[in-house]
Structures are given as structure tokens and as C-alpha cells.
Design a protein. Structure first.
Length: 291
């Protein structure tokens, strides 16, 4: 009985151990799956993190490079636009300069042609006075003025007396060397021609006989056998210069060009073309500041 009881206890103990072992095995299996699942989750998260980190770094670097690239592009574009604008202005300036120079060369040709024609009209042996001879050519002088677009045409004797004018304003039949208009820009030019015996130009300035409007003049001597016989002069229009300077081809919607002159004696600057498109008060002769 004792033996049977002992065997039974041993059997129960063995059975208990087996059950315990089985339970432990089941517990290990169950808990092991959980552990394996946790490990798998951690590994997955780690792999995802390892994958995302480089992507995030590359993305940040790409964004930084993109921002820098856009900044460089903007800077390059700004610099390019500025350079293009400067080049455009230089091109317009050079074009206007060429037009003005051509204009004045043509005016010099006009007065040289006038002087040559007047010289051919002089006949010292005719017995007719120079004044009467020139007045007989009034239609020709008027036609010359109109064809070439001048305001007035003058003939003056070597002593400065204006004996012919197409318009016959207040300066007609006065002396530009000793008379009331001797201090005008026209008078100063005639005095220089007599003194130098060469072509001269008078810059724009208010001229009293022409309602104090801005007027410029060109003049040259007429010589016969080396002797000064008379002086021919033309009063310049300002419409031609304005037309050249106000032409806005290549200047865009807001671009403007204008001509200025600097007085060498005073250093003052004033307009030599109208800027009526900017301000109706900005006309030839208007002072401007460069500060």
C-alpha cells in the first residue's frame, strides 16, 4: 500500500512536472510570440526610422538648395535685368547723340549752301545796292526758309546792321553789334563772326524780338575775293530737336530722354529740349538741378 501510494505520488509528481512543463512551454510559446511581435515592431519602426531620417535630411538639404537656388536665380535675374536696362539706356543715348550730331551737321550744310547762293547773287559792277539786290530775292529766301524749316533768315552787313529778314520782327533794320539787341545771344554771335571770320552758333536763350521765346542761331560770313561782304544767319526752330528727343522707341512706358546744356561760366544746367510729357512747365531753357 505504501509502495502503491509512493508510486502514485511519484506518478503524480511526474505528471505535475509534465503539466508544469507543458504549461511552461505553452506560456513560453504564448509569451514568446508577444516578445517576437514586440521585437518585430521595434525592428520595423527602427527600419522605418532609418529610412525616413535620410529622406528627411535629403528633403531639408533639397529645400535649402532650392531656396538658395531661387535666391541665386533671383539675384542673377535682377542683375541681368539691370544690366539689360543699362545697356538699353546706353543704346538709346548713343542713338540720340548720333541724331543730334547729324542734325547739326545738316544745319551747317544748310548755311554753307545759303552763303554760297548769296555770294553768287552779289554783282559788284551792277551799281545796285546790296540791300536792294537781296530784297529782290525775297521769294527765294522765303522759300529757302520754308523748305529747310527755319524760323527766320537774316542778312547783315559787316558792321552788324540787319538789312534783310524774312519775318521782319523787331530786330530787322537794327544793329546787332551796337544796337538794342547787342547783348542778346544773336548779337553776341554776330560779334564773334565779325571777330573770327568763321561759322558760329548761338545756344538757345530767350530772344526778345520773338516774344522772348527760346531761340538759337547759326551764322557764317560771306566773302568775295577774301573780303567780308556780308553775314548770313538762320534762326533755329526747336521743334526738330524736340521731335528727336521725345521719340520713345525702345524706352518702354515710362522712359524719357531729354537734352541738357551746362553753362561753363556758372555751372548751371538747363534743358535744351522740352519735357512736356513729364511736366508742361519743363521746356527748353528751364533750369534743372542734378543734386
Amino acid at each position: 500500500m505504501f509502495l502503491h501510494t509512493g508510486r502514485w505520488k511519484a506518478f503524480n509528481a511526474i505528471r505535475f512536472c509534465r503539466i508544469a512543463a507543458q504549461n511552461a512551454q505553452m506560456d513560453f510559446i504564448q509569451n514568446g510570440d508577444a516578445c517576437i511581435m514586440k521585437i518585430r515592431t521595434k525592428l520595423l519602426l527602427t527600419f522605418i526610422g532609418c529610412g525616413l531620417c535620410p529622406i528627411a535630411i535629403v528633403s531639408c538639404m533639397s529645400y535649402s538648395f532650392a531656396v538658395q537656388g531661387m535666391s541665386d536665380i533671383e539675384e542673377t535675374a535682377t542683375g541681368g535685368f539691370k544690366s539689360a536696362a543699362e545697356s538699353q539706356l546706353v543704346a538709346v543715348r548713343d542713338m540720340k547723340k548720333s541724331q543730334i550730331e547729324t542734325y547739326w551737321r545738316d544745319r551747317k550744310k544748310d548755311i554753307d549752301s545759303l552763303a554760297s547762293s548769296v555770294a553768287s547773287m552779289i554783282d559788284p559792277g551792277s551799281g545796285t545796292s546790296l540791300k536792294r539786290r537781296m530784297e529782290s530775292q525775297d521769294d527765294w529766301f522765303t522759300q529757302f526758309r520754308d523748305i529747310y524749316g527755319y524760323y527766320d533768315l537774316f542778312l547783315l552787313s559787316p558792321d552788324g546792321h540787319c538789312f534783310y529778314s524774312v519775318c521782319r520782327e523787331a530786330d530787322y533794320d537794327t544793329n546787332l553789334i551796337t544796337g538794342v539787341y547787342q547783348d542778346s545771344n544773336f548779337g553776341s554771335m554776330i560779334q564773334k563772326i565779325v571777330k573770327t571770320g568763321s561759322f558760329q552758333f548761338a545756344d538757345f536763350a530767350p530772344y526778345a524780338p520773338s516774344n522772348n521765346d527760346q531761340a538759337a542761331f547759326i551764322g557764317t560770313p560771306v566773302r568775295i575775293d577774301g573780303e567780308l561782304k556780308l553775314i548770313v544767319a538762320l534762326q533755329m526752330p526747336h521743334e526738330d530737336i524736340n521731335s528727336m528727343m521725345t521719340a520713345r522707341a525702345g524706352m518702354g512706358e515710362t522712359g524719357h530722354t531729354f537734352l541738357v546744356a551746362v553753362d561753363e561760366a556758372t555751372g548751371k544746367t538747363s534743358l535744351r529740349s522740352d519735357m512736356s510729357s513729364v511736366n508742361p512747365l519743363f521746356k527748353i531753357g528751364s533750369p534743372i538741378t542734378t543734386s
